[in-house]
Design a protein around this ligand. Structure first.
Ligand code: NAD
Length: 223
């Protein structure tokens, strides 16, 4: 990537990166349907956000469409790809090949060209040395060696929450660069490791809170 583009995207807000990923997903569907150009208000409608937000995000990555036709979908997909993806791709490991680990593996396999699940780790002796959904499964003790051999950059953690301390230690020691934690226990990593936590219960409780608020309001309006 040219240095200019690299400088441009260095300071992109996390939320913009999230939205760019979402835009690309929507744009790929549009492209599949044979659409060539798209306006900001159409992207906004799909994503349930404002067109101002879409234009602001795309301006941040230095892309502008034409007034008459809008944005060229192929060009925009490629540009977002240049920003998000690593040219050579990144290999991913799943730590904990249980229910969620397998579901995540199944969902993510072949979803993105530049992200490949190349290994799973588990303590279950029936899983170690075997393939699960086509993914070779290793013992946690082998993590450092396998991460180096297979050039794994990202780990997805799906172990029981009590196993977070030992798993984190192993991942740091193995030289992992990024972590996506699906367990409810927060992970502590040094600053040079990018961490994203996804806690389903928190998300569900957030929805529950807003549902409760709406129900209270309805009740008050009825009185
Ligand atoms: P699970 O028991 O089915 O799977 C956990 C797997 O981790 C097992 O295969 C186990 O052998 C393995 N494991 C245990 N210790 C390990 C270690 N030190 N290193 C590597 N592997 C190890 O549990 P699950 O339902 O898949 O849930 C896993 C985690 O994901 C939990 O923390 C849970 O809270 C979280 N989670 C699960 C779901 C879900 O829908 N199942 C949803 C959100 C979050």
């Amino acid at each position: 990537m040219v240095k200019e583009t690299q400088n441009l995207i260095k300071g992109l807000p996390h939320k913009t990166i999230e939205r760019l990923s979402q835009y690309r997903r929507a744009l790929l569907i549009c492209l599949e349907k044979g659409k060539e150009y798209i306006f900001s208000h159409e992207i906004a409608e799909i994503q349930h956000i404002t067109s101002v937000q879409v234009r602001r995000d795309l301006m941040l990555i230095g892309y502008s469409g034409t007034l008459r036709k809008g944005y060229n979908i192929k060009e925009l997909i490629n540009l977002i790809g240049n920003i998000i993806d690593s040219p050579g791709g990144i290999n991913v490991a799943i730590i904990g090949m249980g229910n969620l680990g397998r579901a995540v593996s199944k969902y993510l396999t072949h979803k993105r060209q530049k992200l490949t699940i190349v290994a799973g780790f588990d303590i279950n002796s029936k899983k170690i040395g075997n393939e699960i959904l086509g993914i070779p499964c290793y013992a946690p003790d082998e993590m450092k060696q396998i991460v180096e051999e297979k050039k794994i950059g990202i780990a997805i953690i799906t172990v029981p929450a009590t196993k977070i301390p030992e798993t984190t230690k192993r991942l740091i020691n193995a030289g992992i660069r990024g972590v996506l934690n699906f367990t409810p226990t927060p992970v502590v990593v040094p600053d040079n490791i990018f961490l994203e936590e996804y806690d389903m219960i928190t998300s569900l409780e957030k929805v529950a809170f807003f549902v409760k608020q709406a129900m209270i309001e309805e009740e008050e309006n009825r009185m």
